[in-house]
Design a protein around this ligand. Structure first.
Ligand code: GLU
Length: 446
């Protein structure tokens, strides 16, 4: 396989799908050498097959807003790859959602899920519905209308959606309620991220952020550095940022910045637990702004229009959206002495930013390894649902620890450079790819 030739073909076919092409390019570049050592992959045309989703459902979602106006959005489910298990991945509600965005996310999910050690295929879905400024009743009506189309495509052994940007516990509740009404099936395993009283796993809301910090600790410790005492800048203030801030603080680091689309809150003394809890209030308000934190708490300065990356910090944790940290941001961070960046959002850094970090020789790890604790805990939720039991938080946390350690080991195995340092991008991509490719090979040409 020649990565450049495959990319050229994909660019011709899907030229306008920028995020998808970016995600595929990163993986193909990483795996090319290893792939070419396996003629059986080439014979089975694994790479040509793995870059295309198994299928994409597209549907119209029509609902009525609070003013009685009829609204129409588009809904999607991209079932990307089922070689190692049922389709699994979140739903994203955001005004910028396109098939390209969901294809990139489904592609990433396939390799991320393979890294978790659990049998889950890759999928992603969502809608261009914009939750900003919507009332709770509008969110509910939209979720119900969305499920009216989706329910027939999913199932506990088929495809198990969960949350992502714009979809949290509240939305999963509305989606699940409508699913049971339509399907007359009461298997809680059809969605993950449910409420703890109706099949949800303890610790699922925290899991992405907690897992990210466990992974970051492994990265740091291997390089002889410490999380405790370090300063951290976090972008975003949603569920993922909240979990990351909580765990970083508990492990002795100082979270000195959180940001939103409106600007960044600088907290030189570090976020307090009250401030971390307040992130959830900000998220639930549907206003998508972080500025009110500075009005509510002493010691917080709001800087409008600035990103978290403008604040001097040791560690940068992008926790919001793809491509939220670009080449210029990376340069600014490096100039300020940042020595580690762990992507918590999916594809949070642009290729230019990753190159800048790697050229500077600082620690960098990609989203599909760092944030895999979220979907891994979804996998644990599926196991609990299938067994009709509920594990205590301690048990889930121990399993999450073990999974993050395994992912770190896999990255080291495939990503270690001759000088002993680790290319986590290469390591994560090869480890995930090998597992899916081997499964596809064993299951024949289908
Ligand atoms: N949306 C999350 C992710 O990007 C979680 C998916 C899930 O739990 O299925 O991995």
């Amino acid at each position: 396989m020649k990565a450049a030739e495959i990319m050229a073909r994909l660019e011709q076919k899907y030229g306008h799908e920028k995020e998808y092409l970016q995600a595929v390019h990163e993986v193909l570049e990483s795996i090319e050498e290893v792939y070419n050592q396996h003629p059986e992959f080439e014979k089975a045309k694994i790479v040509e097959r793995i870059v295309e989703p198994d299928r994409i459902f597209t549907f119209r979602v029509t609902w009525v807003d609070d003013n009685g106006n009829v609204q129409t959005n588009l809904g999607y489910r991209v079932q990307f790859n089922s070689a190692i298990g049922p389709y699994k991945g979140g739903l994203r509600f955001h005004k910028a959602v396109t098939p390209s965005m969901l294809k990139f996310l489904g592609f990433e999910q396939t390799f991320k899920n393979a890294l978790t050690t659990l049998p889950m295929g890759g999928a992603k879905g969502g809608s261009d519905f914009d939750p900003v400024g919507k009332s709770d009743a509008e969110i509910m009506r939209f979720c119900q209308a969305f499920m009216l189309e989706l329910w027939n495509c999913i199932g506990p052994e088929q495809d198990v959606p969960a949350g992502d940007v714009g979809v949290g516990g509240r939305e999963i509740g509305y989606l699940y309620g409508m699913y049971t009404k339509l399907a007359r099936r009461y298997n809680v395993g059809v969605l993950t991220g449910k409420g703890a009283n109706w099949g949800g796993s303890i610790l699922r809301p925290e899991a992405t952020g907690y897992g990210a910090l466990y992974f970051t600790e492994h990265v740091l410790n291997r390089a002889g550095k410490q999380l405790a005492g370090s300063t951290i800048a976090i972008s975003g203030f949603g569920n993922v940022a909240w979990g990351a801030a909580q765990k970083a603080t508990a492990l002795g680091a100082k979270v000195i910045a959180v940001s939103g689309p409106d600007g960044v809150c600088h907290v030189p003394a570090g976020l307090t637990n009250e401030m971390i809890d307040y992130m959830l209030v900000l998220r639930a308000s549907n206003n998508n702004v972080v500025a009110p934190m500075a009005e509510k708490f002493e010691g917080v300065t709001f800087i409008p229009g600035k990103k978290a990356w403008s604040i001097k910090c040791d560690i940068a944790l992008p926790c919001a959206f793809q491509n939220e940290l670009n080449g210029d941001d990376a340069k600014e961070l490096l100039a300020n002495g940042t020595w580690c960046c762990c992507e918590v959002s999916n594809m949070g850094c642009t290729p230019e930013a990753i190159k800048a970090f790697q050229d500077a020789g600082i620690l960098f790890a990609p989203g599909k390894a760092v944030n895999a604790g979220g979907v891994a805990t979804s996998g644990l939720e599926m196991t609990q649902n299938a067994m009709h039991i509920s594990w205590a938080g301690k048990e889930v946390d121990e399993k999450l620890h073990f999974i993050m350690e395994s992912i770190h080991e896999a990255c080291v195995k495939y990503g270690q450079r001759p000088d002993g340092t680790v290319d986590y991008v290469k390591g994560a991509n090869i480890a995930g790819f090998m597992k899916v490719a081997q499964a596809m090979l064993e299951q024949g040409t289908i």
